[in-house]
Ligand binder design. Structure first.
Ligand code: MSP
Length: 511
């Protein structure tokens, strides 16, 4: 079975921000999950390098377009590498193969009579790189997503793709495929957007205004509209149209923020239908991280939380954990350095890392540096490890992006249970009397083995620290290479020598 997971490709007009980090980390988590579930996986992320706002940024930088794009691509790659995003292919839309295929698609649509040239008057938001209707604007007459940008009034001849003819077919597709958009709230939103007839989609920009793009194959005075070009990456990443892409394409799952639901849920499936390809299997949509003051974070507003700064302060796992745990699927979520610090210290540090250190160090000091052998299980042991097992085992089946926060929550609950168990059993008392030593060994074994199975699940979210713990317990790899992970209890080897137990999440206070 195959699983092809994509992120949006990001505009390179500024450095990568938390929003970009979020979608790429979620894609990485899904890739790790599908790999653990035994799928063959391919995950892509990268840069959208054309269009007006990238062009403006390149010109402002004083670098050549080529050097500017290369500089940003390297920067995005560096940040994703830092975040342990295990992409299989890093997209750059300036790549010749991609550009050639975009031009081929344009020509095919032209030959099929689906493209018309006409005068267009309208307002354009460079932030969204989209034409807007008056009804899209806020009370101040600005784009709600980019309220600081002055909208441009354009009156020019352009090429348009006729998309209204596909509206009914698309509605039928969404109805016939209930899981095409998840979670369901965004499916409803998409169906609502499709209630009105669709305006023709502008697919060109005059070269005199925007030259950073794919030249139109049938008119050298124009380049391809950046969205048309960017969406095609999802096919060209697979080597489309060369054979071999089909099986991957059937499994395609696009992760997107809610801001780009219309482009992915309407324009893209229609473009695909128009060239005889099927729509992607699923659009998985997430909400927004809001910055200070509950405002949308954006490069234009300047209230972004910098992922690099967070990694330097707390490490990549802390950021991955916070994003995975706190993104709500029904509303926007808040993020700040302070909130991340709290989650890091109180959950990763106090609930997870601390218990690992205590139980590990106890085994070392009281059981001759070794994992003790357990005796018969009492009811409390059974109940506790069952909770840990269940929370971990939900990471062994393929899950969807919007389930990640609730799965993480179940893990936190399991750690709470395990902490209470450890406190109630009080192994430091049991160790004092010869008649309760065996009981003490059982408690330590159950605690360490429950931690072990939880870390096996958690490595999909916090790979570095989970693997550090698993290595100390002598439990890596968790499955033979290329095989599915099957969570089990009692995988710890009694008598195995433990190395020095490192603190997984050292406490970090403000300066
Ligand atoms: N280039 C287009 C996408 C083309 S895909 C064929 C684009 N780029 S973008 O740089 O603006 O990035 C958009 C994506 O970044 C969003 O859809 C979302 O995945 C992510 N985010 C950007 N800001 C965000 C938040 N504040 N919060 C969460 N994610 C957001 O649109």
């Amino acid at each position: 079975m195959k699983s092809y997971i994509t992120t949006p490709i990001y505009y390179v007009n500024a450095a990568p921000h938390i929003g970009h980090a979020h979608t790429s980390i979620m894609a990485d988590i899904l890739k790790r999950n599908r790999t653990a579930a035994g799928f063959e996986t391919k995950m892509t992320t990268g840069c959208d390098e054309h269009g007006q706002k990238n062009q403006d940024a390149a010109r402002e930088s004083g670098l050549s377009d080529h050097d500017y794009l290369a500089m940003r691509a390297a920067e995005f790659r560096r940040v994703f590498d830092m975040l342990n995003v295990g992409y299989d292919f890093f997209v750059r839309t300036s790549r010749p193969f991609h550009m050639e295929q975009v031009a081929c698609i344009q020509q095919r649509l032209m030959d099929a009579g689906l493209i018309v040239k006409k005068q267009y008057t309208g307002i354009y938001c460079t932030g969204c790189e989209q034409f807007k209707k008056l009804s899209d604007l806020n009370e101040a007459g600005r784009c709600p997503d980019h309220p600081t940008l002055v909208l441009e009034e354009l009156d020019e001849l352009n090429y348009f793709l006729k998309i209204e003819d596909y509206r009914e077919k698309l509605i039928a597709h969404i109805r016939d495929n209930p899981d095409f958009v998840s979670p369901p709230v965004f499916r409803t939103e998409l169906l609502n957007m499709l209630k009105e007839p669709l305006d023709d989609l502008c697919i060109s920009r005059p070269v005199r205004r925007v030259s950073l793009g794919v030249p139109l194959p049938f008119d050298a005075a124009y380049v391809t509209y950046v969205w048309f070009d960017a969406l095609v990456n999802y096919l060209t990443n697979l080597g489309w149209p060369e054979p071999g892409y089909e099986a991957w394409w059937r499994s395609a799952e696009h992760l997107i923020g809610k801001d780009i639901l219309k482009t992915h849920g309407i324009y893209w499936p229609i473009m695909l239908m128009a060239i005889g390809e099927r729509p992607p299997r699923r659009l998985s949509v997430h909400g927004y991280w809001l910055g200070a003051g509950g405002l949308k974070m954006s490069k234009t507003l300047g209230n972004v939380v910098d992922p690099v700064e967070i990694v330097e302060l707390f490490g990549a796992d802390a950021l991955r954990y916070f994003l995975a745990r706190n993104m709500r699927s029904d509303a926007d979520s808040q993020i700040s350095v302070e909130l991340i610090r709290q989650a890091y210290n109180s959950e990763l540090g106090n609930k997870i890392g601390n218990l690992f250190s205590r139980a590990g160090k106890f085994a070392k000091s009281r059981f001759d540096n070794r994992i003790p052998k357990r005796g018969a299980l009492a009811e409390d042991d059974e109940r506790t490890r069952e909770i840990a097992f269940k929370a971990a085992a939900s990471f062994a089946r393929p899950f969807e992006m919007h389930e990640i926060p609730q799965l993480s929550q179940a893990v936190v609950v399991a750690f709470d249970t395990l902490n209470s168990y450890f406190a109630e059993q009080a192994p430091w008392e049991l160790v004092k009397k010869p008649e309760t030593i065996e009981r003490c060994a059982t408690v330590i074994y159950v605690t360490l083995d429950s931690l072990r199975v939880l870390f096996e699940g958690l490595r999909q979210i916090i790979p570095t620290s989970a693997d550090q713990a698993l290595a100390a317990l002598g439990c890596l790899p968790v499955a033979p290479d290329g095989q599915a992970w099957e969570p089990k209890l009692d995988r710890l080897e009694p008598g195995r020598e433990l190395p020095e137990i490192e603190v997984l999440y050292p406490r970090i206070t403000e300066n």
